[in-house]
Design a protein around this ligand. Structure first.
Ligand SMILES: Cc1c2[nH]c(c1CCC(=O)O)Cc1[nH]c(c(CCC(=O)O)c1C)Cc1[nH]c(c(CCC(=O)O)c1C)Cc1[nH]c(c(C)c1CCC(=O)O)C2
Length: 355
């Protein structure tokens, strides 16, 4: 086992023994650990303040700023893990793809990837391309103490959805047209993206990330047979590439009820579940040997305190028989969420599950 995967390696014992990493390893925990996808970001006034006037992608390349933004939700909410502040398109930008993150829209690619000739633009990612990531994680692991840091990347399908469409899409018609109509080009595209993603995750783990999450946010658009044939090999390649580090690998997507089993089999130690499938049913679908993460509907936080507690309790009850449970929302924190509602939610989960 590698440095980060053992208590004797570069990772401090207190981090290795944290509730979050124990739950990922399906070991007994003192309380159910909690973190939130998109916990660092627009729901926090202190985030909006430090980001003022700095474009999103530029903010991802400033180590001190990344460090501050990553720490903000840890200070405020008492969450059990930090997630590295970045974006799934950062490694693509780093290899020279002409893309930007447009406020209120998302990633936009100037020249979409549609042909075999376009593939040549997807060169390998080297650690030097993202030296600011190594630097920021170095700062962060010192500041975080025992709190684990989650590194992340976009999965090949979700990255391809932006590259081929040229921006956000509801239907993924260009990406799926390539997948159905030119399976060889599609497979080569996803394989290229798998190598870039694996390299990006390795940089984060070697710099000190204690776990990684692979976001395949939009893969719920696919039928299981297409997932298995056209996406799973590339995602499995990513997970395989980082298996030797021994850090937990989390895999998440939205609307993936029919894909949960396959997403686990792709090589995840923890399968993320959105709010559409209760966790006990998700556990039946995923099968033994993997922990689950989720799955409160993020819009519940706009409701009354009583409703939040009742819905949270339902999630905890459904998770009661699981081998390992990491509490999270079923998707990212919505920008208009009241920060105090998140702080109260962390406290509620910790109190209700204290053992
Ligand atoms: C699909 C996806 C993207 N980015 C990401 C995903 C997968 C997660 C998911 O499914 O939500 C991942 C991501 N993006 C960001 C994080 C930060 C870490 C965290 O979770 O706190 C993470 C984990 C910062 C961000 N990434 C982005 C913001 C907002 C931009 C800003 O604050 O100026 C943040 C905080 C921009 C972005 N980037 C992307 C979108 C759809 C958007 C939102 C567009 C908008 O509504 O403005 C692509």
């Amino acid at each position: 086992m590698s440095a980060n995967g053992s208590p004797t390696g570069q990772q401090p014992t207190a981090t290795y023994d944290s509730a979050f990493l124990k739950a990922c390893r399906r070991e007994p925990v003192p309380h159910t650990p909690v973190w939130f996808m998109r916990q660092a970001g627009r729901s926090l006034p202190e985030y909006r303040k430090v980001r003022e006037g700095i474009p999103m992608l530029e903010s991802c390349m400033r180590p001190e700023l990344v460090c501050e933004i990553t720490l903000q939700p840890v200070r405020r909410h008492n969450v059990d893990a930090a997630i590295y502040f970045s974006d799934i398109v950062v490694p693509l930008k780093a290899i020279g793809i002409d893309l930007d993150i447009k406020p209120g829209v998302g990633p936009v690619v100037e020249r979409p990837v549609r042909t075999r000739a376009d593939l040549a633009r997807l060169r390998d990612l080297t650690p030097e391309d993202v030296s600011y990531v190594t630097e920021a994680i170095g700062l962060l692991t010192r500041e975080l103490g025992p709190t684990p840091l989650i590194g992340f990347a976009g999965a090949p399908f979700t990255l391809a959805s932006y590259l081929v469409e040229g921006g956000p899409s509801r239907t993924y018609e260009n990406a799926k047209a390539m997948m159905y109509g030119d399976p060889e080009l599609w497979a080569d595209l996803l394989d290229r993206l798998a190598d870039i993603t694996a390299a990006f995750l390795k940089v984060q783990i070697e710099a000190g990330a204690s776990a990684v999450q692979l976001f395949d946010s939009w893969v719920g658009a696919l039928a299981p047979a297409d997932y298995r044939r056209s996406v799973m090999p590339a995602s499995a390649k990513v997970f395989q590439a980082v298996a030797g580090y021994g850090v937990p690998r989390i895999h998440f997507g939205v609307g993936t009820g029919e894909l949960l089993k396959l997403m686990g089999e792709a090589g995840a130690d923890v399968v993320g579940v959105d709010w559409r499938v209760p966790l006990d049913e998700a556990a039946r679908r995923v099968g033994p040997g993997r922990a689950l993460q989720g799955n409160l509907d993020p819009t519940v936080l706009f409701s009354t305190r009583e409703a939040v507690e009742a819905r949270t309790q339902e999630v905890l009850d459904a998770a009661a028989g699981l081998e390992g449970h990491v509490f999270n929302l079923g998707h990212g924190v919505l920008p208009a969420t009241a920060p105090d509602a998140l702080t109260r939610l962390v406290d509620y989960v910790h109190t209700q599950t204290a053992r």
